[in-house]
Design a protein around this ligand. Structure first.
Ligand code: NAP
Length: 250
């Protein structure tokens, strides 16, 4: 299968986003990966994809900032063409903490990075995809988390609540733009082997918890990427407002 479609993957330089970029590029999509501050992994991934015959560019931009989101989409317009698929994937985690010890700065940082960013990127994508704006339709996949359902007590309720907001965004927006040719779906990963757990203060968190996972192991980023791709592609043309849990049964 091959596609010339343009896909933007926020937080596409590492982890789940990078696995998705590799998959989309291997299938012939024109891929724009976005990252916040670590340029080297982004450059390395772009080179790897180009060496493999794929099409990929990297664009720095903090998607919690409105001006950076606008710049990201305008650069894609110029260099790749009109976006067909948006993968809202960039997200952050703060060190494990009980709510009683959280301050406003931490909570606001989590919400601006994990929620405001998704809203802003959806807005810019809709302006380009929507029939009402002269577009030809499109597909948005939001990466939420199993934490939206578990609530992550004793670890990071702020993060879990930000992902709950993404579930609600997915539901509402899918209904709001269905008649405009845009599908909005969501993937909720569980415990996936990426650097994010290091940022949460416990790099080996999955090893500690994997006995509680029904399938008995953590997940790989490529296993999440496969679900993201299915929801983004025409293979799921009759699905919108749909959630896929990639959580090993949790
Ligand atoms: P990761 O390995 O930590 O990578 C995060 C990526 O997001 C990096 O490319 C990072 O760029 C980028 N990023 C972070 N904040 C950004 C911002 N404000 N603007 C632009 N880029 C930003 O993360 P991951 O584990 O792959 O997680 C990807 C998504 O899956 C997140 O939404 C996460 O919440 C969700 N998820 C992950 C797991 C898991 O177990 N890993 C489970 C459930 C859900 P820099 O490198 O420049 O910082």
């Amino acid at each position: 299968m091959s596609s010339n479609k343009v896909v933007i993957i926020t937080g596409g330089s590492r982890g789940i986003g990078a696995a998705s970029a590799k998959l989309f590029a291997a299938l012939g999509y024109k891929v724009a990966i976005n990252y916040k501050s670590r340029q080297q992994p982004a450059d390395d991934l772009v080179q790897k994809i180009i060496d493999g015959g794929g099409y990929c560019i990297a664009i720095q931009g903090d998607v919690s900032l409105e001006s950076d989101v606008i710049r990201l989409f305008e650069q894609v317009d110029r260099e790749l063409g009109r976006v067909d698929i948006l993968i809202n994937n960039a997200g952050i985690l703060k060190p494990q903490s009980r709510l009683v010890d959280m301050d406003a700065q931490r909570i606001n940082t989590i919400f601006s990075n994990n929620v405001t960013s998704y809203f802003l990127c959806c807005r810019e994508a809709i302006k380009r995809m929507s029939f009402e704006h002269g577009g030809t339709g499109g597909s948005i996949v939001n990466v939420s988390s199993g934490a939206a359902r578990s609530g992550s007590p004793h670890e990071y309720i702020d993060y879990a609540a930000s992902k709950g907001a993404i579930d609600t965004l997915t539901k509402g927006l899918s209904l709001e733009v269905a008649s405009e040719g845009i599908r909005v779906n969501c993937v909720r990963p569980g415990f996936i082997y990426t650097d994010m757990h290091r940022d949460g203060g416990e790099p080996n968190r999955i090893e500690r918890l994997k006995s509680k996972i029904p399938l008995g192991r953590g997940g790989q980023p490529c296993e999440v990427a496969a679900a993201i791709h299915w929801l983004a592609s025409e293979q799921s043309a009759y699905s919108t407002g749909t959630f896929i849990d990639v959580t090993g049964g949790l």
